[in-house]
Design a protein around this ligand. Structure first.
Ligand SMILES: [Zn+2]
Length: 42
């Protein structure tokens, strides 16, 4: 059986530059360009 387990910590990629997105200042923000993905409730 080929069942892949999801990672414990999901890694998000910036849709703008592909950089890593980290959770800082109580919001997700790209470390490279500062792009902040909109919240689902927005
Ligand atoms: Zn970015």
């Amino acid at each position: 059986m080929a069942v892949q387990q999801p990672p414990s910590e999901p890694v998000y990629s910036c849709p703008n530059c592909g950089g890593p997105i980290s959770f800082a200042h109580q919001a997700w923000q790209c470390e490279e360009c500062g792009h902040a993905p909109r919240h689902a409730a927005d």
